[in-house]
Design a protein around this ligand. Sequence first.
Ligand code: F6R
Length: 366
Amino acid sequence: EKGGYDSFMQKEIYEQPQAVRDTVSARIDEANKRVVLPELNMSDEELAAYDRIYIVACGTSMHAGLVGKEVIEKWTRVPVEVAVASEFRYRDPIYTDKTLMIVISQSGETADTLAALREAKKSGVKVLAITNVVGSSVAREADDVIFTWAGPEVAVASTKAYTSQVVALYLFALYFAQVKGTLAAAEIANVVEHLQQLPAKISTILENDEQIRRFAESIKDATSLFFIGRGLDYAVSLEGSLKLKEISYIHSEAYAAGELKHGTLALIEDNVPVVALATQPDIYEKMVSNIVEVKARGARVLGFAIEGDRELAKTVDDVIHIPTTLPMLTPILTVIPLQLLAYYASVARGLDVDKPRNLAKSVTVE
Ligand code: F6R
């Protein structure tokens, strides 16, 4: 069943090139390098009219939503709010007839996500679901569905579902931009080509996991670890931190790097491991100064930089290089070594990677 891998999680991490390829390929009009979403019931006119979006989900799926927010806002200028389903369902959200709700759920059975979907529908709001399970409650009850073609995910810690969800959000954001006319055809074609190159780049990262494995082994007895980043790197940090906590039981926190000096910097002392993501060109300099701040307090920093970067190595203890793609698409690549970090840390601690304590694969209770 595990196909030669030691655990389902490891297998699923290595299935990501395929999962991403399958999720993307059916939705590309090759001749025109545009996105097609024939599965949508809503018309292009209806879609184009939405001027506000709520993305509602839990855990890792919510983290995918955070990346989705950035890309939808960037490419369409439509404001997006991301909310945790267990909070959102008890709120009194501000809906208009131009509000779209997107729910994201790998299983399609998460109780709070499903409840938020039902509340929205009751208020007359249209719901688009991104889910991995055909025939799931979320898939059946949503007005529209974009399926992630990741295949069954067995390990409790979500990996290939996350990358497929993020890719589905890119496709949606591009399609939304197409119908709204907010991106030029050439820009869309450029993103599409980069999307199609992602699977090969993920494979490259997976084939070169020695460095991250060594780092994972070096933190196996750490009591706490920090992930820092800005913008999209912050969104990915949250996911890296959750994954590590979930399967290695090492405490960690993800921090928006610029926010550190407002309190959390007090926790940085000699040898505290910090994973610092610096993959976003527009905020690179700011990120480097945040890294200097933690280094000055004695942190041991593993930096993430884009291939070809020679600067970061001067500031940090070790650098992981991420293959080049568009900055907006980088999260798909950055998250891979973070998943491997959690995986190898869990293995190094002798834990059950696939079945972490206290957790269930599908949270069908509130
Ligand atoms: C973490 C993880 C969970 C799920 C969350 C939502 O690795 O897997 O945080 O992402 O329970 O589950 P779905 O996506 O099935 O609604």
